[in-house]
Design a binder for this molecule. Structure first.
Ligand SMILES: NC(=O)c1ccc[n+]([C@@H]2O[C@H](COP(=O)([O-])OP(=O)(O)OC[C@H]3O[C@@H](n4cnc5c(N)ncnc54)[C@H](OP(=O)(O)O)[C@@H]3O)[C@@H](O)[C@H]2O)c1
Length: 307
């Protein structure tokens, strides 16, 4: 079915939480959802950047209702406090798991718990957040959890024998492996929610290839250098702005025809309107999902409340 990004359904009365919402795809997802009338909670690690994004949305979208919430997805205390804040919300209709490292460090780094930083940021923190905040979503029939995957999932793989890349770290393996793992998480979550008879839907999306140099400039939110604009514009044939990339998670949140287990991305793979698209077999593998789930539980220090 078609989807018109210029005529979004009325989202007034609904609350959506977006992680990593102060920049990039997360910012534009928040702005577009606010424009559709949703109350948007921008969950960000840096209070100043969060405030810049919140005040920018208020300036650009008349009558927007937005608020900032502190969240560093690599910090357990911060995740747990954010989960408690979600449980205290009147309603949570959707949670967009967007925060991520897209340019991983060259050398392997770890968070305070000793988990590899890219896996921690792109998967483990969200795993813990969802595990703890799930009752908030369960209260709203048909609520959604939207996980940001990537086209990189087509090129990378998860190393079950070295998930944390202790012996085989490269920045590319860290990023692509984390995005395979994120997609596996999203689809395994869908299977577990269905098996438990939950009405919460888990949807996985990827925003194609969206660059900041092709994105409108906004002070405090997106300020690419001239050189970056120049280089990104050279790639215009196969890239789009992060404002366009955000159309995909926005559809995943708002389209009533989207169902748990769906995978959405841009129509022309790297760019274009948001459509249903095929995910890799590995991402959808129940065997890989079952193998990774206990590893996620162990590394995140959080048993998941679904069998
Ligand atoms: N852009 C693409 O082409 C593309 C393609 C495939 C998938 N994706 C996925 O889409 C998502 C957004 O990507 P993007 O291009 O918009 O990236 P981005 O512009 O670099 O934005 C990343 C966001 O995540 C936040 N973040 C990073 N580490 C965090 C942490 N520990 N706790 C909380 N927030 C944190 C950043 O906050 P700070 O400002 O504080 O760093 C920022 O708000 C990512 O999951 C990425 O993997 C993007």
């Amino acid at each position: 079915m078609g989807w018109d990004v210029t005529a979004l359904p009325d989202a007034r009365g609904r609350t959506v939480v977006v992680t990593g919402a102060n920049a990039g795809v997360g910012y534009w997802t928040s702005e577009q959802l606010a424009r559709a009338g949703a109350h948007v909670v921008l969950a960000c690690r840096d209070p100043e950047r969060a405030e810049a994004a919140v005040s920018t949305i208020r300036r650009r979208v008349p009558r927007a209702t937005v608020e900032a919430m502190p969240l560093d997805v690599t910090d357990r205390r911060s995740i747990d406090a954010a989960a408690d804040a979600l449980l205290a919300q009147d309603r949570v209709d959707a949670l967009v798991l967007n925060a991520g490292i897209v340019h991983p460090p060259r050398e392997r780094r770890t968070d305070e718990e000793g988990n590899e930083l890219v896996l921690s940021t792109n998967v483990l923190g969200h795993f813990r957040l969802v595990a703890r905040a799930l009752p908030a979503l369960e209260r709203m029939p048909g609520s959604r959890i939207v996980t940001l995957g990537s086209l990189a999932s087509r090129l990378g793989r998860v190393r079950l024998d070295d998930l944390q890349l202790k012996d085989s770290y490269t920045s590319w393996r860290a990023y692509s492996g984390s995005k395979v793992a994120a997609q596996v998480f999203g689809f395994e979550l869908d299977r577990r929610l269905r098996a438990a008879g939950s009405t919460v839907q888990s949807v996985v999306v990827h925003p194609g290839y969206s660059t900041s140099g092709r994105t409108p400039g906004i002070r405090g939110v997106n300020q690419p250098s001239r050189a970056k604009r120049f280089v990104d514009n050279l790639q215009a044939a196969w890239t789009q702005g992060k404002d366009d990339g955000a159309h995909v998670p926005v559809r995943a949140v708002l389209d009533p025809a989207v169902a748990g287990g769906d995978y959405l991305g841009p129509a022309a793979w790297t760019k274009g309107a948001p459509v249903h698209t095929p995910a890799t077999r590995a991402s959808r593998s129940p065997r890989l999902g079952a193998a990774l789930w206990p590893l996620f539980e162990q590394a995140s220090g959080q048993p998941f409340p679904l069998p």
